[in-house]
Design a protein around this ligand. Structure first.
Ligand SMILES: *[C@@H]1O[C@H](CO)[C@@H](O)[C@H](O)[C@H]1NC(C)=O
Ligand SMILES: *[C@@H]1O[C@H](CO)[C@@H](O)[C@H](O)[C@H]1NC(C)=O
Ligand SMILES: *[C@@H]1O[C@H](CO)[C@@H](O)[C@H](O)[C@H]1NC(C)=O
Ligand SMILES: *[C@@H]1O[C@H](CO)[C@@H](O)[C@H](O)[C@H]1NC(C)=O
Ligand SMILES: *[C@@H]1O[C@H](CO)[C@@H](O)[C@H](O)[C@H]1NC(C)=O
Ligand SMILES: *[C@@H]1O[C@H](CO)[C@@H](O)[C@H](O)[C@H]1NC(C)=O
Length: 406
């Protein structure tokens, strides 16, 4: 056997070449060995790797795939690695015992029996068949650069292969993102995510204490910054709140109308009450308000009543009509949020009256309603949306830094 200019000394190697030529299922045209570089391989740039029964099969796979430009073949294990680059001065080969390296162009005429005359598009492979060769998608190309992701780690780029990224950055969860090459030829999967709840804040760093944080609720595509007060960060179940700098008040008065003089007298009912909500609890996946969370409701008298509802039990007497003294005030100014513009209030109860319901701005909603008992009740869930007219300063909350493996 005449060896090439790449002839490498060594009995071990000679045995390997003998193996390639004689014992593999598919014979190797020995003159093609002139076109292999022996004892070397091209690292990285991998498209795919698999075990091939022989060098010729490895070469054939490369020839069929549009993106393949060269290949490494491990004569010891039969591992065939297809690569999307060609070695050169800026892309040097590295020494590796038992390997051979070859460039696709040198092998095209010798291999591509069926697919010889087919020029498939990038990311495609030629599939030979008796009824005509076909080009089908088999490669997703290089994994994309993703927001907040490191450069990807991957062992190949064809269908079924995965690329992983380490996620990092302010407000970004420290985790591994991973994309898979789908049979549509597209990389898809889990991208890097931002901190979307107080639970995430806690996961990021268990040393964070209760306070205002910038989070990126999934309700807004995990993309819009919202200032959220995290409560219970040192407990098992932290809860998300929105701090309300302006007054938000709910008043169920204790008066009722008893006679035709239309006077209001104090009733003996125990369900009246007045509270000011300094914060409201939210669910970040929907931005729905929990109207009956009173953790940050300051009780001024009586008992707490749900956020956003105006109600009373003031009765209606003959010509006096309704007393109507239940009061609700919502004001989300300086929160960066507003109550959804489409939110509606329903009149519910017995002998209901509404004195007024005013949404004088995106931020301020005021209502005076009542009944026996009854009033104006916000649709549930009452939901917040972004207030695009308010930009809170960066310093208004803490940007979260996540620790890996904490
Ligand atoms: C491959 O072999 C052919 C014929 O021996 C030769 O002309 C060509 O230069 C070779 N290519 C490489 C890259 O060695
Ligand atoms: C071996 O390959 C060379 C170069 O591609 C070609 O000229 C020759 O016909 C091939 N021999 C056989 C037996 O296929
Ligand atoms: C992610 O980080 C770990 C630990 O530093 C490292 O071993 C791994 O290679 C990195 N992965 C990626 C995709 O950068
Ligand atoms: C609303 O808040 C109350 C009081 O904290 C709590 O018991 C309830 O589970 C919360 N509801 C939801 C849907 O979170
Ligand atoms: C309702 O809002 C309008 C517009 O701001 C205002 O003119 C009106 O006085 C308000 N009514 C009440 C009862 O607050
Ligand atoms: C604010 O802008 C977002 C898009 O950035 C939009 O989806 C949302 O509806 C806007 N909110 C309001 C109240 O206009």
């Amino acid at each position: 056997m005449e060896m090439s200019r790449h002839f490498v000394l060594g009995i071990t190697f000679m045995l390997n070449i003998q193996t390639i030529v004689h014992t593999h299922l598919f014979c190797t045209n020995t003159s093609l060995l002139h076109n292999t570089t022996i004892g070397q391989m091209l690292p990285n740039h991998k498209i795919q790797s698999f075990t091939a029964p022989g060098l010729m099969i490895c070469a054939r796979e490369c020839v069929y795939q549009t993106n393949c430009l060269s290949f490494n073949f491990d004569t010891e294990s039969g591992e065939c690695e297809l690569t999307r680059a060609v070695a050169g001065p800026s892309l040097p080969l590295v020494s590796k015992t038992g390997y051979v390296y070859a460039v696709k162009l040198d092998w095209v005429t010798a291999i591509a029996e069926n697919c010889k005359h087919v020029n498939c598009a990038p990311n495609h492979i030629c599939v030979p068949s008796k009824t005509g060769n076909m080009c089908v998608v088999n490669d997703c190309g290089l994994p994309p650069v993703i927001d907040f992701g490191s450069s990807p780690e991957y062992r190949g780029t064809v269908i079924g292969y995965t690329a992983t990224y380490n996620c990092s950055g302010i407000g970004v969860k420290a985790e591994v993102a991973s994309l898979t090459c789908l049979d549509t030829g597209v990389w898809e999967g889990r991208y890097c995510r931002r901190v979307s709840s107080c639970e995430d804040v806690q996961d990021c760093d268990s040393s964070y204490v209760d306070g205002e944080y910038w989070i990126y609720p999934n309700a807004f595509g995990n993309d819009e910054r919202v200032k959220v007060y995290c409560h219970g960060l040192t407990t098992d179940s932290p809860v998300d709140y929105i701090t309300l700098p302006k007054e938000n008040r709910i008043l169920w008065p204790s008066q009722k109308m008893t006679d035709s003089n239309c006077n209001l007298v104090t009733s003996d009912r125990t369900d009246s009450g007045e509270s000011v909500f300094d914060k409201i609890r939210i669910t970040t996946s929907t931005m729905a308000i929990n109207q009956s969370d009173y953790q940050f409701a300051r009780l001024l008298s009586g008992i707490n009543h749900e956020y956003g509802n105006a109600q009373d039990c003031s009765n209606e007497v003959g010509t006096c009509g309704h007393a109507v003294i239940g009061y609700a005030k919502i004001d989300t100014e300086e929160t960066g949020l507003i109550i959804k513009r489409t939110a509606v209030w329903h009149n519910i109860g017995y002998t209901i009256g509404m004195k007024y319901f005013n949404r004088s701005s995106d931020h301020v909603i005021e209502a005076v309603c009542g009944g026996w008992c009854g009033g104006c009740y916000a649709e549930t869930p009452l939901t917040l949306e972004l207030d695009n007219s308010t930009v809170l300063p960066d310093g208004a909350a803490t940007g979260v830094t996540c620790r890996f493996n904490n």
